[in-house]
Every structure is written in structure tokens, then in C-alpha cells.
Design a protein around this ligand. Sequence first.
Ligand SMILES: Cc1cc2nc3c(=O)[nH]c(=O)nc-3n(C[C@H](O)[C@H](O)[C@H](O)COP(=O)(O)O)c2cc1C
Ligand code: SF4
Length: 419
Amino acid sequence: MSKLIDGLQVRLLTENICADPLSVSEYEKAGGFSALKKAAAGAPEEIIEEVKKAKLLGRGGAAYPAGSKWEHLLHIPETPKYIVCNADEGEPGTFKDRLIMERLPLKLLEGIMIAGAVFKAKAGYIYVRGEYRKIQKRLIAAIENVRAAGYLGKDFDIHVISGAGAYVCGENSALLNSTEGKVGRPRIKPPHLAEVGLFLQPTLVNNVESFANIPVIVNMGGDAYLQEGHPDSGGSKLVCLSGHCANSGVFEVPLGKVTLRQMIYDAQLGGGMNGGKLKFFHLGGQSGPIGSADQLDTVYSYTDLKKAGLSVGSGAVVVMDESVSILEYLKSVTEFFIHESCGKCVPCREGNFQLLKILQKLSVPGKAQKSDLDTLRRLVRTMTSASFCGLGQTAAAALNSAWKLFKAEFEANVSQGEK
Ligand SMILES: Cc1cc2nc3c(=O)[nH]c(=O)nc-3n(C[C@H](O)[C@H](O)[C@H](O)COP(=O)(O)O)c2cc1C
Ligand code: SF4
């Protein structure tokens, strides 16, 4: 039976939120740890087969198929193996991992413990955003409760590591460096983290929402989970609505069954605009693309959004009305990346500064020349193709999508004198 609750929202992950989210007994009463017991009793291949059937795409932003990642790690003979949960949640406009850690911490732990059992891993680490101090304490309390109940601490244990406010530490190799106590800068890949990861050992890195989906998949079966979503990507996605729509918050939507228009305008979700008229929406965080009202009928799925030049990314949906200047918005996006660039490579370290300079020129009547627009395009191409890690590769994604949609605003102030 489908878990749709009103045609637009679904309760797969957010089912059975306990009155006391830290209580192991309440969680058990709601079916908690049954998936872990199944995983511990079954063969690792069986669990991985369910994750593959579910077509769970990584919920951290890159949408890598979780089943393939798990299968790859299973075939690596070296031990010990480590499990790492990416709870850095640094993408602006994204606050869904926070909901899982606050309200469903035991489901997250169960997902990590299932991975621990599948890979016979030595330990698990949850790398939590530095600003989430209270959540870190909550997770530590949850881990202690699970240990006290006897599920953790014998063959496998979980530790909480605090980030220190660097967005780049959400990139999985920078995250591992930071966990090891090193400077949080990305590593060169290959070698793949599945082969040479934490402490140079085989490692699984998945996002909070990805791990929290694992008990759901094990309990309901991969085929049933797939049915709840899109044929290419099963299940649900937690989306974070914010900005100029009436309702902000986290909503669990079935993948492939809701359009962007429903997401923003339906009373069950965004509830429409907060007075103004929609100008654009920014999907997947600062590193994601911008879309306009013409794209509102796009279905919210990895496949459909990609076809429309958009993306799910982290699940952020920032809605902006016509009071917002696209140039001002992009300046703030670029300032974010200047602040967060780790400085290791030139295209990102210098490219973001140059982007900002041109955006500033474009904002002042007569200051920019046509050649500045060409430079802007070249910069975007160079940064996207030559940056060392995903931060620089996606820093200009918003700009790259926006200038096609708002060409007139980009050109409004360009000097008519030729250069
Ligand atoms: C600059 C940058 C920041 C990232 N930040 C996060 C983050 O905060 N949380 C996250 O889960 N993934 C983040 N990622 C993606 C991770 O590198 C990685 O793809 C993810 O943890 C894998 O888990 P998943 O397959 O379950 O999505 C980031 C990537 C980049 C390039
Ligand atoms: S793209 Fe280069 S400078 Fe930017 S964060 Fe990655 S490694 Fe650092």
C-alpha cells in the first residue's frame, strides 16, 4: 500500500516519529531495529541487493547510486573498513539532515549500524556541522542510549565528530581529512575513498538522509521502496522550502510525483507566494541551478530536473519574488563561495573573485563593457572544468543558469560604447 498521505507528501522516512526521539524502547515499539536484526542475520549481498533495487540515489547532493557504492566497497578485501556519515549540511537553504538528527536520530544510527554490519566495519563516524552544537549533544545521548540497550559498542561503535564551520568539509575527502585532524582540504581522486578513505582504509561515506533511508528500504524491500518514487530513483526526498513562499520548512515528497508548481503553490507544501510574484527558484543550494516560472511544470525527480537543466542537489528550494535583483542575488552567492573556497586551486580561488568583480561592474550603469560578459562566460567555463573539487566546479552553476533566463538584466547596464 502506498505511503502517500495527501497525494503530495509521503511518510517513509518521517513515519513513526517518537514522542521521545532518544528513547530506544519507544523506537523498538515503532518497529525500530528490526531492519538491523534482518541485516545482522542475512548475507551482506542480500541487503545490498535491496538497496540496488530501491535505486536510492545519494541524498547529499551528488546523487550517486548508493547500491553501486555499497557493492564496490563490499568487494574490497582490505580491512578494517570504516563507515562515515556526512552530517556537515553546509549547503545554504538546506536543513533536512537537521530534522533527521533531531527527530529521528535512532533511525539514522540504525542505518549506519546496518552499514557497519554489512561491511563488518570497525567503527562509524558522524561528522556534524560545527554550528549544530545541540544536535551533536543529542546524537551523543542517542548513541549512549543505543549502547546501553546493547545494540552498539561490542563489534561496532559510532563516534560524533564536530566540524568547525567550513563548507568545503562537506566534500567527502575534505571531510575525511578533517576527521583525521588534518586541514579540511579535498584530496586528489583516485584513489577512490572506498579504497583509500579514512585513515587510508576502505571507507563508505554517505549522507544523513541516505543512511536514514536504509532501515526503511530493508523493512519494506527495495521493490516497494522504488514504487513509492520515480522509476529511476526510488522513495522520497526531504525538500527544504524557504524564501518568499508562504510555508517554509522540511517536506517529504515522493520523487517523480510532484511538480515544482505544486511544490511552491500547493497549500500542503509551499502554500504559494508570500504576496509577491515568483521570479525564480534556486534548487539544491548555492551550488545548484536557478529556474524560472517557465519551468514550474517540471516534475521533481532527478531525471526530470536534469532534463530541464535543473537538479535536486541537497533538496533546497529557495523561492524568490520579483523584488529580488538577480545580479544582487548572484553577488551574494559568489561572496559565499569566495568565503568558503579553501584556496588550494587557482580556478576557484581567483575565479570567484573575478566573477564578483564583473557582477559588481554589471550592477553600475555604463561601467561594464560587452567584453566583460565574454570574460564572465570564459570564467564560468574554466572554473567548471578546471577546479580541483566540486566546490569550484559548481560555484558558477547559479550564474550559468541565471544569465540564460535573465539576459536583459545582465545586459541592462552594459556600456553601448564598443570595447
Ligand atoms: C563543496 C562540497 C560540499 C558538500 N557538502 C555536503 C554536505 O554538507 N553534506 C553531504 O551529505 N554531502 C555534501 N557534499 C557531497 C559529498 O561530497 C558526498 O557526495 C556525499 O557525502 C556522499 O553521500 P551520498 O552519496 O549519500 O549523497 C558536498 C560536496 C562538495 C563538493
Ligand atoms: S575548487 Fe579548489 S580552491 Fe575551491 S574548494 Fe575545491 S580545492 Fe579548494
